[in-house]
Every structure is written in C-alpha cells, then in structure tokens.
Design a protein around this ligand. Structure first.
Ligand SMILES: Nc1ncnc2c1ncn2[C@@H]1O[C@H](COP(=O)(O)OP(=O)(O)OP(=O)(O)O)[C@@H](O)[C@H]1O
Ligand SMILES: O=P(O)(O)OC[C@H]1O[C@H](OP(=O)(O)OP(=O)(O)O)[C@H](O)[C@@H]1O
Ligand SMILES: O=C(O)c1cccnc1
Ligand SMILES: [Mg+2]
Length: 546
C-alpha cells in the first residue's frame, strides 16, 4: 500500500485545463491571511476545511458534483514561480518580511490531503463534496480556486442533467452554447460539464479536441441566404455513392423530384413554388456533403418551402444511393412544425416507396430550456435532437451554486461558524460521509459521522437525526452502505490515491446515478427533499425509513 501511494503521488499530472488556473487565481485576502498566519507562527497548524453547498439549484432537490479533476490538477501542480512570488510581494499591503517570501517559494500541496466525492455523483446540501486537510496557510490559499472550479462545474452539470431528464433518454442533446457562454472558460467548461451531465455532443471544436467530446453541427441561416438561384451552381455533377455512375446534372434531377412531390395527391397541394435561393443552397450543400445532407428549413417557410426543398434534394440523393440525414427547425412552433414535417416524410416514404424516409432526423433549436422541453413533451412532438445554447451554458435560471469552504477543525479541535440563520451554521469536526441504500435499491439518506465514530453496517439499525432539528430523526436499516469521501490526494498520509476517471466514465457514472434516484427526488414539480442527517450516537427513538 505504501509503495503504491508513493508511486501515485510521484506521478506527473497535467496542470488544469485553463492555464489561468495558478496559485494566483485566488483572493488577495488568502495571501494576507497567509502572511498573518506565518507572522503569528500558525501557518503550519493542521486545519480541516469542508467544501459544500447549502441549497440545491434550479428549484430542484439534487445537484451533480463536478470539477474535481480540475481541483486535483491544481493541487498536484501548486507551486509559485519566482515572478509570482515577487508579484505577491508588491501586492501585499505594507512591508512583508523576506522570510515569508522564502516560505512562499517553498510551499506546495505535498502535505495536503484531499478527500472528495467522485465526480459525477448526485449530491445534496451540507454534505462535504471535498474535505481538504493540511497546513492552514496553504489550504486557505486553495479556498478560492477550488470553489471557483467546483461552483460553475457543478451548476452547469446539474443544469445539463435537468435538461436530459426532461427531454427523455432516447432524445439526442447537443450543446450549442459557445457563442453565448460567459467567455472562453465558461464555454469550454460548459461543453465539458454538459457532456458529463448527459448531453451527447457539442458544437465547440476546441472542447472536442481537448476532451474528446463528440462534435456535431447542422446548417446555418447565412449559408441558406447567401444563395440567389440554382443557376449559380456551376459544378452540377454528382457521382453515385458506390461510384458506379455519375449524374451529370444533379440540379435538374432535384427539380424533377420537386415537381413530382408538388403534385402528390396525398400532400394535398400544401406547397406551390418553393424558394429557389433556398433550393440552391440545399443542392449546393448536398453536392459538398452527399453523405451528410442536413438542411436548416426555416429561413423562408418551413412547410411551404424548406421541407419540400429538402425532400426534393433528399430524393435525388436517394436515387444516387445516398441517405439524407434530416432537417433543423430554428423558429416557430416546434411541436407543430416537427409533427407536420414528420407527416410529409411518412407520406413520401409510403407514396414513393423510399424506405426509411419517414425516419429523417428532426433537430430543433431556438432559445430552448427546461420549460420549453417540458412543454414540447406535454404537447407531443416529432423532434429527435435538441440543440441548446444560451439557457443551458449560462445557467440562466440560476447564476451560481453557492458552494462554501468552511474551517471545521484545527489542531484536532472542532470549529464552528455560527449564524442567526440556522442553515448557515457550519457543521464542525472532520467527518466521514455515507450513503445508505434501502431494500428497493434507492438511496435513503446521506449521513455524516465524526471521523472516529463507527461506520454504519449493512443490516444494523442506525438512528439518523437532522443536523439542526432535534425532532427530525429516523431509524434506517441499510441494505447497502457506500462511503462517499474518497482519498484523491493523500499528502503524506501514505493512503492509496483514487485514480481520476476518464471523462466518459464520469459521464456514465452521472447517468447511472440519476437512473438510480428515487423518481420523486428528481421530478420537476415539487420534488421531495432527500434526507441528509448525522449519526445519532445517544440512541433516542425515531420513525423508520425503509
Ligand atoms: N410548441 C411550443 N411550445 C412552447 N414553446 C415553444 C414551442 N415551440 C417553440 N417554442 C419556444 O417559443 C419561443 C419562440 O420564440 P420567438 O417568439 O422568438 O419566435 P421565433 O419562432 O423564434 O420567431 P422568429 O421567426 O422571429 O425567429 C422559443 O423560445 C421556442 O423555444
Ligand atoms: O437559441 P440557443 O439555445 O442559444 O441555441 C443556439 C442558437 O444559436 C444559433 O442562432 P443564433 O441564436 O445565433 O441566431 P438566431 O437567434 O437568429 O437564430 C442557432 O440557430 C440557435 O438558434
Ligand atoms: O450546428 C448548429 O446547428 C449550431 C451550432 C451552434 C449554434 N447554433 C447552431
Ligand atoms: Mg437565437
């Protein structure tokens, strides 16, 4: 065990994704406190801090924890450069002794221990997501960057998970937020964490390269409106998909299909002359990507122009052995338009005998959010994929998660932060945290115990009580007990360090966690609060949880 621990601790780890994440990415008062600790000879006192939040976001009763990997990468690489030390020197109020600068030159996180809940886990208020233990001055310097790395990551992952829950599992979800995100880091972070929260892909090419997230894109309005007429298309030939023949005039082939569907009885003359500049754009795009033809159909009129133009191009492609992908709708009533488009696709499949035409993929976008996804689901729609930007990545419905970082123990002495507001009182002591599962497989309660208290055991009755309300207590007989806080950075403790999982594994873990939640905790309307309690060692009676 010792050998493995030192091997892990010695492994070189990449720095944080964003090179701006350095020891200077902290509040000034962390450095002034560090100086004052040092001056008082207290800087090496051993402190324990908990990072937790007080209230679930978005009016819900769950949160998904994210940002751990970036925290560990910061901690693993925490070292001030000479230039940074001299900047701190200049920035501290008044004079600062040379000895402190030497101290700053030497510090790193080799004596810090980090325990954390696994990234992608569903978590609840008050339970520590991270527990940092180490020399007080060093751990204080970590407070701000660690909060910064966890707060938005967990908020946007939770937002993505909520969008996933309301859209339903079979739907594809694409994150399209780069243009609207809070700057480059907000965008890259949103792409990474929306993927963890259950999105299938991103339009953000940089995030695709950095994290290996699948990239997806559709078709733009500018491309459609950049064309005037099919006469602009000079190179009109297209080779069949198997290379066996070439259609010399693909434009004429498309026109012949357009007239055929125009007069299809079962379409009831729903369209006459379609927009020819739009048709030109579709043909041109099909010539560029015959295997991936997808058209944005709402530039002029979805039902009278966009969809018929798309169908004509898709049918011409089908003659040459290609299968079109589908359409994107970006305005109007998405429930109505997707259903009408689907009817047309089915009619063409049936009337013209083109197998699979009814299954064209319909993508929808345009200011989508949880509410609109919910409304669409209730109305009924035929959308297969949703492209979601602004509301998702900016976390429009809630600006911040509000994680805090509180001192709970110093030199083995418990510490508490009091407040008039009971929900703001910190819970003292170095803790262990457990999730207790009932006989149906759902988790029943998270409990926090003192570090040296006995751990809950399967099949044994445990009395759990609300941390601040004496009367709220219940017995639990767990069928399974899971310890939540694991060692992700052992410091000098010699403990084995948990490996940081691959992004894909974090995503799988998150999806599985949400599938295992009792449905009433994750429903949108009036969800049931999940219980977070502490262990009751004095054994007074209570109700039972099963
Ligand atoms: N069936 C529906 N039920 C509820 N909301 C919908 C439905 N269809 C679309 N929406 C949402 O309604 C809003 C419509 O936006 P808006 O009023 O700007 O119209 P628009 O279709 O974008 O118009 P424009 O043609 O000017 O772009 C969007 O937020 C969209 O997601
Ligand atoms: O609507 P969001 O959820 O933010 O998703 C991304 C949007 O970005 C694009 O258009 P853009 O918003 O740039 O232009 P538009 O509003 O005119 O469609 C795209 O067509 C989507 O509508
Ligand atoms: O690929 C798309 O359709 C896309 C990408 C980003 C924003 N809006 C749309
Ligand atoms: Mg828009």
């Amino acid at each position: 065990m010792e050998a493995k621990a030192s091997q892990n601790a010695g492994r070189v780890m990449d720095g944080p994704t964003n090179p701006m994440v350095t020891p200077l990415l902290t509040d000034l008062y962390q450095f002034t406190m560090a100086y004052a600790y040092w001056k008082a000879g207290k800087h090496n006192e051993r402190a324990v801090f908990d990072l937790y939040f007080r209230k679930n976001p978005f009016g819900g009763e769950f949160t998904v924890f994210a940002g751990l990997e970036e925290c560990i990468k910061l901690i693993a690489n925490f070292k001030l450069t000479e230039e940074e030390v001299s900047f701190i020197h200049k920035s501290l109020p008044g004079s600062c002794e040379e000895g402190f600068l030497n101290y700053l030159r030497e510090i790193d996180c080799s004596d810090v221990e980090v325990y954390a809940i696994s990234e992608g886990t569903v978590v609840f208020p008050k339970v520590p997501l991270l527990r940092l233990e180490g020399p007080v001055a060093v751990v204080q310097l970590l407070e701000t960057p660690v909060l910064n790395l966890v707060n938005f990551a967990s908020l946007v992952t939770t937002n993505a998970a909520r969008h996933r829950l309301v859209a339903g599992r079979p739907k594809m979800l694409f994150e399209f937020g780069l243009r609207r995100a809070q700057g480059p880091d907000g965008a890259i972070g949103a792409s990474k964490y929306c993927y963890i929260g259950g999105f299938d892909a991103t339009s953000n090419v940089a995030a695709g390269r950095l994290f290996g997230i699948p990239l997806r894109g559709t078709h733009s309005h500018a491309f459609v409106s950049s064309f005037m007429s099919p006469d602009e298309i000079l190179e009109r030939s297209l080779c069949s998909s198997d290379g066996s023949n070439t259609c010399e005039d693909f434009v004429t082939l498309v026109h012949s299909w357009l007239s055929k569907i125009q007069w299809l009885k079962s379409l009831g003359g729903i369209f006459g002359e379609t927009n020819q500049s739009e048709l030109a754009a579709f043909i041109s795009y099909a010539l560029a990507f015959p295997n991936n033809f997808l058209a944005l159909v709402d530039t002029y009129d979805v039902i009278r122009s966009g969809v018929p133009n798309f169908c004509a191009v898709a049918l011409a492609l089908s003659d040459l052995g290609y299968r079109a992908v589908g359409i994107r709708l970006d305005s109007g009533d998405l429930a109505y338009l997707s259903s009408e488009a689907r009817k047309i696709f089915h009619t063409i499949e049936k009337e013209l005998g083109v197998p699979g035409f009814g299954k064209m993929i319909i993508t929808a976008s345009n200011d989508l959010n949880e509410e609109t996804l919910d409304a669409l689901r209730k109305q009924g729609h035929e959308v297969d994929c949703f492209g979601i930007g602004t509301y998702l990545v900016t976390c429009y419905a809630q600006a911040a998660l509000g994680c805090v970082f509180k001192l709970v123990e110093i030199n083995n002495q418990p510490r508490i932060k009091l407040s008039e507001d009971v929900s703001k009182v910190s819970i003292p002591c170095k803790k262990r945290c457990y999730r207790l599962y009932g006989k149906e497989g759902y988790s029943l309660v998270d409990i926090m115990t003192g570090e040296n208290e006995p751990c809950p055991k399967v099949g044994e009755r445990i009395l759990c009580r609300h941390p601040f309300s004496e009367s709220k207590r219940a017995y639990v007989v767990p069928k399974r007990v899971e310890e939540l806080l694991k060692c992700y950075w052992p410091g000098k403790s010699g403990k084995v360090r948990e490996e940081l999982p691959a992004l894909q594994d974090i995503r799988d873990h998150c999806i599985k966690q949400l599938e295992q939640m009792r449905p009433d905790h994750i429903r949108r309307l009036n969800p049931t609060p999940y219980k977070v309690q502490s262990n009751d060692s004095n054994g007074v009676g209570g109700a039972s949880l099963t």
